[in-house]
Design a binder for this molecule. Sequence first.
Ligand code: FAD
Ligand code: NAD
Length: 467
Amino acid sequence: MNNFDITIIGSGPGGYVAAIRCAQLGMKTAIIEKYNTLGGTCLNVGCIPSKTLLDSSEHFHNATHNFTEHGIDVKDVKANIEQMIIRKNKVVSQTCDGIKFLMDKNNIEVFNGIGSIVDKNSVKVTDKDNKETVLNTKNILLATGSKPNFFPGMEPDKDRIITSTEALNMKEIPKKMIVIGGGVIGLELGSVFARLGTKIEVVEFANTIIPTMDKTMSKELTKVLKKEGFKFHLQHKVQQVTNTGKGVKLTALNKKDEEVTLEGDYCLVAVGRKPFTTGLGLENVGLVPNNKGQIDVNDNLQTAVPNIYAIGDVVRGPMLAHKAEEEGVFVAELLAGQKPHLNYDLIPGVVYTWPEVASVGKTEDELISEGKEINIGSFPIKALGRARASMDIMGTIKVIADKETDEVLGVHMIAPRAADLIMEAVVAMEFRASAEDIARICHPHPTYSEGIKEAALAATSDRALHI
Ligand code: FAD
Ligand code: NAD
């Protein structure tokens, strides 16, 4: 009975999307998830809950900072963290239930328990009562995702020294929170609490925040977040974080190697995530994770065992839900004999602060270090009528084009709704558009998207219209 064309271990955006596509293509599909709900990190403790709290806290921020200017008088506005978490949990459970519905609709068999490889054609599921079920399978897809990372001296105790998972379930609004890591999680969750009134101090190892993004974005986002009350300790090496019972104490070395001590109510450790393969039985088929903990795969996302594939956070590449999803579809279509294509150069990245930061393609520094001759066009958000209407005047849009061919090589923006705006650039770049192509497209007025047209005009021949 338990014979499958494909058995997928892990039901995050990689695993569940792969399952749907496999089923659509006629494969008898099984998916194994160790937690009670489907959806993985993204739906349960990642993308969805963080964006839900970001939206709630943004409403609070607007009510306390911007409503009066808009002519809306509200008194005694209070943040109710308990209700925010209740709403967040509702959104998460509706979204996870939606995945269960999609599994049923597509006749995908869901097994709850820990999946481990027995041999290349069988996978064992061990449920919470230790009952074992063996699935016979032609192919195996590993989509086991990742877990929060940490370094010696900053081990999370899940009480005062917390990871994103605990930060998404806070019972109180801290007075002060120390955040280790000025990357995506640190700045998104830091924003949630800063808007609710928490003093946020970020301790970052690099000399900028969001160090992998275009340097203009780091600079602009630093300005925005400082205005929100963030304090940054850049080029600091964390030595030790201690739970003092009522709070935390952190010691770090600054760039002059002097010891710095910070105190707060909580410390959020957000220094990246590590691939998760514990208990997966890789050793039973001779697979060994690489020195980053990832499962090595070739261009077809195939491991060293030809019928075992791996996708998402557990393999190389950006740890993003949409990247995991595309890889899931890729493997399904490949198994069905199709010729799928995935352009890793054009996976957009977003930081959901406000304004949002979004980017696609290469950064200015990457292009310079490759020796490319480039034109850069920038346009400030404050010059847009739409931005003045909404009072969202911070930010800038930057289009980088090849000096000779005018092909767009990178688009980076910090702008209201940048997460959605960036798709214009992704589409244009997928079709290898020039800056002039974007500049000649009629953009609706008044919108934030006019900023992309203006930045493209500036890049193609320095002829932005409204500046
Ligand atoms: P996961 O989503 O991690 O899913 C893996 C699943 O496998 C888990 O459910 C796990 O329980 C299960 N599993 C593991 N081992 C076994 C086993 N042996 N047996 C059975 N089940 C197993 N990305 C974005 O693109 N946009 C965002 O806005 C965003 N926000 C984020 C916010 C936070 C706070 C965090 C932590 C992450 C965020 N991410 C975001 C990253 C995103 O969540 C991940 O890139 C994505 O979830 C990876 O998908 P995946 O399918 O590879 O793995
Ligand atoms: P990250 O890689 O984005 O940021 C980690 C930050 O910690 C970096 O700035 C790094 O320089 C810093 N750091 C590393 N070691 C340090 C140390 N010892 N002391 C101080 N700073 C240190 O990782 P993250 O923010 O933890 O997020 C994990 C993953 O989840 C990311 O890959 C990200 O793509 C994904 N995610 C995505 C989104 C989104 O798409 N909006 C949101 C949240 C998480």
